[in-house]
Design a protein around this ligand. Structure first.
Ligand code: SF4
Length: 86
């Protein structure tokens, strides 16, 4: 396993890890596949991700509280933060 894979990016979203685009391809497709009433508005999505970006539990795009990729969790409108931050 390369050093890149092992390095943890605190406070990073996966979309900021452009060197790992291929690695996150499936995740990006899952996010894109959430549509219609199920999907958060762009504004709500960005507000949620902004909260996650400032949360001490975020590491490598994952929420340390629930184990989810926060970008996928946040794009589903009915979801919420396990610590009620959003
Ligand atoms: S979902 Fe909540 S607990 Fe998890 S990283 Fe985001 S703000 Fe923090």
């Amino acid at each position: 396993m390369s050093e890149d894979v092992l390095r943890i990016c605190k406070r990073c979203l996966t979309r900021e890890m452009i060197d790992k685009d291929e690695y996150f391809q499936t995740l990006r497709q899952l996010i894109a596949d959430v549509t219609g009433d199920e999907r958060s508005s762009d504004r709500l999505y960005e507000e949620r991700l902004s909260v996650c970006k400032n949360c001490e539990r975020l590491a490598d795009g994952l929420c340390g509280a629930c184990g989810c990729y926060v970008e996928l969790r946040a794009v589903i409108k009915e979801n919420h933060c396990p610590y009620d931050k959003w």
